[in-house]
Design a protein around this ligand. Structure first.
Ligand SMILES: Nc1nc2c(ncn2[C@@H]2O[C@H](COP(=O)(O)OP(=O)(O)OP(=O)(O)O)[C@@H](O)[C@H]2O)c(=O)[nH]1
Length: 207
C-alpha cells in the first residue's frame, strides 16, 4: 500500500484547515484550533489503489514561512498552497511559498529532488466573490508559472471541487512515487550488472 504525504501551506486564516476538514469529513466546521501543528491520517482509494494519506497542517505560515517550510519540504510528497481570494496579502504569501517550494525542488533547500514536487495552488473562499481581491486569472497564471495545478474552491460551500483537487494531486504524487521506485530498481540492477562484470570480467566475443 502506498503512503502519500501532503502538506498544507498558506497564510493564517486562508482556510487551510477548513479545506482539509472538508476533504476528510465532507463537512465545514466554522472554527479550527490554529495554535498547533496537526497531522491527519486517512485511508482511501484512488483509481482503485489503496493508500494511506497523511496531511500535515502546520500552525500558520505568515512572515516566518521559510522556517516553517523546511520540515514539510523534506517530508512531503506534495503540497497544497492555499490563499484567500478576498485577501491579496495571502496571495502574495502564496507566491513566496511557491517560489520557495520550487527552489527546494531544484536543490536549493536541504533536500535535493530530481523531479519537481507536485503542487496545487488553491484559491479558497470563492463564496466571498463580492469581496474578491484576486482575480481567478491571476491565480491561474501564477499556477502556470510555477507548473502546478490550480483550483478555486469554497470550503464553506462545496465538497466536490476540493475532492477533485486532492485526487488530482494524489494522482501526480503516486505517479512520481512509481517513477522514483522504477529509477531505484533500474539503478539497482545496473549496479548489480557492474558488480558482476567486475567480479567475472567482461565476456569476450569469439571470432
Ligand atoms: N466564507 C468562508 N469562510 C471560510 C472558508 N474557509 C474557511 N473560512 C473561515 O476562515 C477562517 C479561517 O479558517 P481556517 O481553516 O482556520 O484557516 P487556516 O488557514 O487553517 O488558519 P490558521 O490555522 O490560522 O493558519 C475561519 O473562520 C473559517 O470559518 C470559506 O470557504 N468561505
Amino acid at each position: 500500500m502506498n503512503d502519500v504525504k501532503l502538506a498544507l501551506l498558506g497564510s493564517p486564516g486562508a482556510g487551510k484547515s477548513a479545506v482539509l476538514v472538508r476533504f476528510l469529513t465532507r463537512r465545514f466546521i466554522g472554527e479550527y484550533a490554529s495554535n498547533a501543528n496537526s497531522l491527519y491520517h486517512k485511508r482511501l482509494s484512488v483509481d482503485g489503489r489503496q493508500l494511506n494519506l497523511e496531511v500535515f497542517d502546520p500552525c500558520s505560515q505568515g512572515s516566518g514561512a521559510r522556517r516553517v517550510l523546511e520540515e514539510p519540504m523534506d517530508w512531503a510528497d506534495g503540497f497544497l498552497v492555499v490563499y484567500n481570494i478576498s485577501d491579496r496579502a495571502s496571495f502574495s504569501n502564496a507566491k513566496t511559498l511557491l517560489r520557495q517550494i520550487r527552489e527546494g525542488s531544484n536543490g536549493g533547500c536541504s533536500s535535493f529532488r530530481e523531479v519537481e514536487v507536485p503542487v496545487c495552488l488553491v484559491g479558497n473562499k470563492q463564496d466571498l466573490c463580492h469581496a474578491r481581491q484576486v482575480p481567478a486569472d491571476e491565480g491561474r497564471c501564477l499556477a502556470q508559472e510555477n507548473r502546478c495545478l490550480f483550483q478555486e474552491v469554497s470550503a464553506a460551500e462545496s465538497y466536490q471541487d476540493i475532492s477533485i483537487l486532492f485526487t488530482q494531486l494524489i494522482r501526480q504524487v503516486l505517479e512520481q512515487l512509481k517513477q522514483r521506485a522504477d529509477r531505484r530498481r533500474y539503478s539497482g540492477s545496473r549496479s548489480m550488472a557492474k558488480l558482476i562484470t567486475n567480479v567475472f570480467g567482461k565476456r569476450r566475443k569469439s571470432v
